[in-house]
Ligand binder design. Structure first.
Ligand SMILES: [Ca+2]
Ligand SMILES: [Zn+2]
Length: 350
């Protein structure tokens, strides 16, 4: 029997770098299987030199943009915090307020007005939908007699994200939030406080002083509102569609005569789940046909901040190959935020 060559592909889901502000798990690591026996290949091998591995764009913890002719530095709770859809579904736990001194039907009404203020001022870039249960919601709003009684000690006072996923890409994906409110009879405080806290749930920090903006912490001044700098801060985050973004990392190509072993991690550094996609392997610019078979090329959906490792052993290549290029989503099936960070190029010495 002549040399039998087996191709083996192994896909392993890698948990993304996520972090939580509250208890509770979010990202699972599960093994997608597809394990097989590894064939033994020829002994001599050479490892290619990685010439180019595209880097994802990484953001800092401040927004920088121009507003009203001025350079603004607007603090955020995470780099480029962003929800990946609108409207945001919020639930008001009215039962938490019943029995509290000063709580009345006006309190939930103030919250509704606050949500309306965000929608109106941002021209609908931020929008909300009130839902009737916690289960349907992403943002929970509760009332407390005093804020020292809130169940968690919070970095950002009475409101903020409860779920933030570090994607290693341009945005931090926010996927949950909560707000704690004191009952009040003062309409200005009643509306302004949830407007401010919702700004934190959106991932905004405190606005610079001097603009009369609601995100500057000074709730005694009822003239404060959502001003142009906060609208522009939101605009700078939410310009462009919320999409997935595939990229490659941990690339290794080992050549053994006319065969190679490849391992590569396909990551989603975007903010939406990726659809099924194809990974392409090219030898000196030509697609390696044997690796277009679905078991080697099809990459399942990847959630934001997660990745899938793919390993192929003993794939036949021309023995005089000079370079191997690997391309995520080579068929262009995934709508991505960045289509130019999908390649890795590995070159072998002459
Ligand atoms: Ca990409
Ligand atoms: Zn605040």
């Amino acid at each position: 029997m002549s040399t039998a060559i087996t191709l083996v592909a192994i896909l392993i889901l890698i948990a993304g770098a996520g972090y939580f502000l509250m208890q509770g798990g979010y990202i699972d690591a599960s093994n997608l299987g597809l394990r097989g026996d590894t064939a033994s290949g020829p002994q001599e091998s050479e490892t290619g030199q990685i010439i180019e591995e595209d880097e994802a764009e990484v953001a800092e913890n401040n927004l920088r943009f121009v507003s009203g002719g001025k350079d603004i530095v607007y603090p955020t709770l995470f780099p480029n915090p962003r929800w990946n859809h609108m409207p945001l579904r919020y639930y008001m736990d009215v039962s938490s307020g019943s029995g509290l001194v000063g709580f009345g039907s006006d309190d939930p009404e103030y919250v509704r007005q606050a949500m309306g203020t965000w929608e109106e001022k941002t021209g609908g870039v931020i929008s909300f939908q009130e839902v009737g249960s916690k289960e349907e919601s992403e943002i929970i709003i509760s009332w407390f007699p005093s804020l020292s009684d809130t169940p968690t000690s919070r970095v950002v006072g009475e409101g903020g994200p409860t779920k933030a996923i570090e994607t290693d890409g341009k945005y931090t994906l926010i996927a949950g939030g909560e707000i704690f409110l004191l009952p009040t009879d003062n309409k200005c405080v009643g509306v302004n406080r949830p407007v401010h806290e919702m700004g934190h749930v959106l991932g905004l920090g405190h606005a610079p002083p001097g603009y009369g903006d609601i995100m500057y912490p000074n709730e005694l001044d009822c003239r404060q509102n959502i001003t142009k700098i906060t609208v522009d801060a939101i605009g700078s985050i939410y310009k462009g569609d919320a999409l997935s973004d595939l990229t490659l990392s941990n690339v290794s190509v080992v050549k053994k005569g006319g065969f190679m072993d490849v391992s590569v991690t396909i990551r989603n550094v975007g903010i939406k789940d990726s659809v099924h996609s194809s990974i392409g392997f090219f030898a000196d610019g030509e697609i390696i046909e044997s690796l277009t078979a679905p078991k080697f090329s099809i990459i399942p959906s990847i959630s934001p901040g997660s990745g899938i490792s793919s390993r192929v052993t003993n794939a036949k290549i021309p023995s005089d190959v000079k370079e191997i290029r690997i391309q995520a989503d080579w068929k262009g099936e995934v709508k991505e935020m960045d289509e130019d960070n999908n390649d890795a190029l590995v070159r072998f010495p002459e």
